[in-house]
Design a protein around this ligand. Structure first.
Ligand code: ATP
Length: 255
């Protein structure tokens, strides 16, 4: 991490290490993640990508030991004074499997808004509509907002999960393999949504799909066995990798 906290970065880590019990699975990760860009984390299974994501909104507080620093929007997130509830509002997370609630499409978003303190009915409705439009789901569901979200297709459910996350106006969106459960058409649609969202949000996405990483990302971070091996622009990593293991991974020689 650079010496000064820089506002062009949404997230900076300095020598971040994370252990489950005695096993250290992330080792001294120092990285500066840019605002309003899409940064993809790539690497073999077990290299620590998801652990990195989860440490940013402190989901695993009870099962991990963390050392080093994580600065989100300039604040050190593991400081005891940090309000974890506020942090999670500002750092939205979308998981591999869409986790919609067994409620109506409308309620999936409205519930989250009310939970976080929005009480005005008109404001809730407007925010639901706006967040569904931002993921291009509005036109597909606007006449069926009372339908149970579980009846949507997998791709629609995933876009609903993203709508729910962005309805809370997070500064950072974490996407953990968001298209891994989707077919190619739903994947293409979700990739378009993700690219549109970077106008307003900073995004960190885990993906195993190298074509997707190339299509969608501005920056790529390559992890291997808990270490950050190489980090750079999408062209730096795919066309001019500096480290042979990165080159072998992105060219499909292992992984
Ligand atoms: N809850 C947990 N308890 C103990 N070990 C865990 C836990 N979650 C992950 N690990 C271990 O931490 C290491 C990193 O896992 P992680 O899920 O972060 O990797 P990953 O790069 O995201 O993998 P994948 O691409 O398969 O999702 C692995 O060795 C994994 O077994």
């Amino acid at each position: 991490m650079s010496n000064n906290l820089d506002t062009s970065y949404i997230l900076q880590t300095s020598e971040l290490s994370v252990s489950y019990g005695k096993t250290k699975v992330l080792k001294d990760i120092s990285i500066d993640i840019y605002q309003n860009k899409i940064t993809s984390l790539i690497g073999c299974s077990g290299s620590g990508k998801t652990t990195f994501l989860r440490s940013i909104n402190r989901i695993d507080d009870n099962i991990t030991t963390v050392s080093g620093k994580i600065y989100f929007a300039g604040l050190e997130i593991n400081n005891p004074k940090i309000n974890v509830y506020e942090l999670r509002k500002n750092v939205g997370m979308v998981f591999q499997q869409p986790n919609v609630f067994a409620k109506s499409i409308y309620e999936n978003i409205a519930y989250a808004l009310r939970y976080h303190g929005m009480s005005d009915k008109d404001e809730v409705y407007e925010t639901v509509e706006k967040s569904l439009k931002q993921t291009s789901l509005w036109d597909e569901v606007k006449n069926n907002l009372a339908k149970c979200a579980l009846e949507l297709s997998g791709g629609q459910q995933q876009r609903l999960c993203i709508s729910r996350a962005i309805a809370l106006k997070p500064k950072l969106l974490l996407l953990d393999e968001p298209t891994s459960a989707l077919d190619p058409i739903a994947t293409a649609k979700l990739e378009e949504t993700i690219k549109d969202l970077k106008e307003k949000y900073s995004i960190i996405m885990v993906t195993h799909n190298m074509q997707q990483a190339r299509r969608v990302s501005d920056y790529i971070a390559f992890f291997n066995m808990g270490s950050l091996i190489e980090y750079g622009s999408v062209d730096d990593i795919f066309l001019r990798p500096q480290i042979s293991i990165t080159k072998n991974y992105v060219s499909g020689k292992f992984g």
